[in-house]
Design a protein around this ligand. Structure first.
Ligand code: NDP
Length: 342
């Protein structure tokens, strides 16, 4: 009989962690998910998984907590999904971002190296490691790193440690260089979810919308959603597609880094249009660029060239921006209705 595999997901309450847990359960894994110690018992993304996965408390700034999980479960696979993941917050919290997003993964690698060295490790790298690269339309695994914000720089450090641990210790560690990926489980800190939730609030005439990172209503009293640079462009894919790529990376004989994207690029305006069109509203009447929400440095426009992942992992994206925005708007309409938000 084949032995059941054990996977540890560091940061299971995240968008990606929750979809990954579902995928690994479907594949028959014993899934151990870590969450940060908190007085709140509610983790909306994984409420439906409680009882199906094992939860442990661990923090990327607490080496001992990570060691304990590796010692106790001796996992076959470890997915480090956790991070201070909000690029916008990295300017106001550069030290914390470095501590969690740059050094946190190294703590995971150390825990694995000392206590379960045969485990295969996935590190959630980001396309933000290429944030300032100019003159490259399609990024691949050979594109030179040039991060231009504290989040991207922290991710770049962790990503370089991936190959360092691979080469120095012969460990099985992969970095997934993932372009933006979204879903109804995306946090409200991120632009696609601000748009989808904002559209749903406007459509339903909600008087008390959720607040944004400035502590201001996502939709103001004149029915406007406040966003940053509307001309900024992103390669947006669907998180559920992307967690499949994470798993596939760890099934290869040899560890390697892969770019995961959709090879498309759309502006924030395009995403607004798709979301508002879906409910029969004109985005131009409801969206303004608020300079308080502009990033000090914007990342350059780049598409994720996933040719290597297609060739070696058999992975391809299935969902693209328009369908994604429509799905997110529908989910937020349902969420507001089911939570009786007025
Ligand atoms: P989320 O923003 O949804 O979740 C981040 C997770 O990290 C949460 O579970 C959070 O826990 C956890 N976390 C934060 N700080 C700590 C800490 N100190 N110790 C332990 N856990 C911590 O992330 P996504 O699902 O969007 O992204 C997953 C990963 O992929 C992240 O590393 C992100 O940086 C990276 N990434 C994401 C992309 C995207 O477009 N989504 C693109 C490229 C990379 P809590 O719930 O307690 O806050």
């Amino acid at each position: 009989m084949v032995k059941q595999k054990t996977a540890v997901i560091i940061g299971v309450s995240s968008q990606d962690g929750s979809y990954l847990a579902e995928l690994l359960l479907e594949k028959g894994y014993l899934v151990v998910g870590t969450i940060r110690r908190s007085t709140s018992m509610i983790h909306e993304n994984i409420e439906h998984l409680k009882g199906k996965i094992t939860l442990e408390a661990a923090d990327l700034i607490d080496q001992e907590s990570l060691n304990r999980v590796m010692i106790k479960y001796q996992p076959d696979e470890v997915y480090n999904i956790a991070a201070q993941s909000v690029p916008g917050d990295a300017w106001s919290h550069p030290f914390y971002t470095g501590e969690v997003t740059a050094l946190g993964p190294v703590r995971v690698f150390e825990a694995v190296r000392h206590f379960c060295p045969k485990a295969r490790v996935y590190q959630a790298t980001s396309r933000e490691i290429l944030g300032g690269v100019k003159g490259v339309e399609r990024a691949n695994e050979s594109t030179l790193l040039f991060a231009n914000n504290p989040y991207g720089i922290a991710k770049a450090y962790a990503h370089m440690m991936v190959s360092c641990y691979r080469e120095s210790y012969g460990m099985y560690v992969c970095g997934g260089i993932l372009f933006n990926h979204e879903s109804p489980r995306r946090s409200l800190h991120f632009v696609t979810r601000k748009i989808s939730m904002g559209v749903a609030c406007i459509k339903l005439g909600i008087k008390s919308p959720p607040v944004n990172e400035l502590g201001e209503a996502l939709v103001d009293t004149s029915g406007q959603i406040h966003l940053g640079d509307l001309n900024a462009r992103r390669d947006w894919g669907y998180a559920k597609d992307y967690v499949e790529a994470m798993w596939l990376m760890l099934q290869r004989e040899k560890p390697k880094d892969y770019v995961i994207g959709t090879d498309t690029s759309y502006s924030i305006k395009d995403a607004c249009k798709a979301a508002f069109d879906h409910v029969g509203l004109n985005w131009k009447e409801h969206v303004i660029s608020n300079e308080k929400l502009l990033r000090p440095t914007e990342i350059t426009d780049m598409r994720g060239d996933y040719s290597l992942a297609k060739k070696e992992l058999g992975w391809e994206p299935k969902v693209f921006m328009k369908e994604l925005m429509e799905t997110m708007v529908d989910a937020d309409l349902d969420w507001l209705k089911s939570h009786s938000v007025k």
